[in-house]
Design a protein around this ligand. Structure first.
Ligand code: SAM
Length: 292
């Protein structure tokens, strides 16, 4: 199953190819690397030659932005009722993964359909909080946002304020995902929705090493233990090379379904439609469990 993030007004993926993508982020056009876009770009599309900023990879790793126009350090972008801060960062990110909007819509509508329930949601590897804001705005009673990077948690708090969610119950934690989940298990705390967007490789705040292939199974087992008996959903994303949707399907079927048989699993690919051609930019995979 392919799920498209095709409801954006202020973000567009204009074209992609030859290892890059050309995107409209509000008023600005950014050109940056995308290792999946190995097909030829639309070379007749003139905007490829006129982006406002281009991210160049350096041979020694990392890279930097070349600004062809003076861009503000940061600006805002809206998605439905949400507002986020966008900024070109030193590691080619912009502070938002626009394909995740397909997941935000899915979880928001589940939460809205169960307004009568006091829903506690846990967002792991939560980055700048796209999913956190979507769940809180949809009416979740509490959202717990966990990320290892202090800077990302600070950015997520800015997004909370931009979304006007200051008075909602959102707990922001700079913590290691695995340690946090184990602690919640000991405390006997449970969640009605768990979201995770783990990187291939990452580090906790105290240098704890995260490797997707090695740690995903124990983490999912621990998460299955803190998923409430009346849970509504569970979501895992992956951008890890070599991990296909069937792997997520098998993981969720083996680990989640035995304790939570009252739900169904769906896995697939996330994508963003290209504006310039009838093609889709693939953007990682998802595995979803949802109460039947
Ligand atoms: C790819 S981003 C997630 C994207 C996000 N879910 C979204 O769509 O907006 C991965 C995040 O995981 C965090 N991270 C990496 N290792 C971690 C760990 N061991 N514990 C907690 N967070 C970690 C990073 O700081 C980063 O913000």
């Amino acid at each position: 199953m392919r799920r498209l993030a095709d409801q954006w007004n202020e973000y567009l993926c204009l074209d992609a190819g030859d290892g890059e993508k050309l995107e409209q982020w509000g008023p600005y056009v950014l050109r940056r690397p995308d290792p999946q876009a190995i097909w030829p770009k639309d070379s007749g599309y003139d905007l490829w030659n006129r982006p406002d900023a281009v991210y160049h990879r350096s041979r020694s790793g990392g890279g930097s932005w070349e600004f062809r126009k003076t861009l503000p350090e940061q600006w805002k972008i809206h998605y439905k009722g949400l507002t986020f801060k966008v900024a070109p960062t030193g590691f080619k990110h912009t502070g938002l993964f626009p394909e995740q909007a397909a997941n935000w819509d899915w979880m928001s509508s589940l939460i809205r359909d169960h307004q009568d329930e006091e829903l506690r949601i846990l967002n792991l590897f939560a980055y700048t909080g796209g999913a956190t804001m979507a769940c809180s705005a949809a009416g979740a009673a509490e959202v717990v946002h966990v990320d290892a990077a202090k800077g990302m948690v600070a950015w997520a708090k800015e997004n909370r304020d931009l979304c006007g969610l200051e008075n909602r119950k959102i707990r922001f934690l700079v913590d290691d995902t695995e340690k946090f989940v184990q602690r919640e298990k000991r405390r006997g705390r449970t969640y009605h929705g768990i979201i995770m967007d783990p990187p291939s490789y990452g580090r906790g705040p105290n240098g704890e090493v995260w490797k997707f292939e090695e740690q995903i199974t124990p983490l999912l087992k621990a998460c299955a233990d803190i998923l409430d008996d009346h849970a509504l959903f569970f979501l895992i994303n992956s951008y890890t090379t070599g991990i296909g949707a069937t792997v997520l399907d098998n993981l969720l079927s083996c680990i989640l379904l035995p304790d939570h048989p009252d739900g169904t699993v769906e896995t697939g690919e996330l994508g963003i439609p290209l504006q310039q051609r009838r093609m889709v930019l693939p953007c990682g995979i998802f595995g979803r469990w949802q109460r039947s």
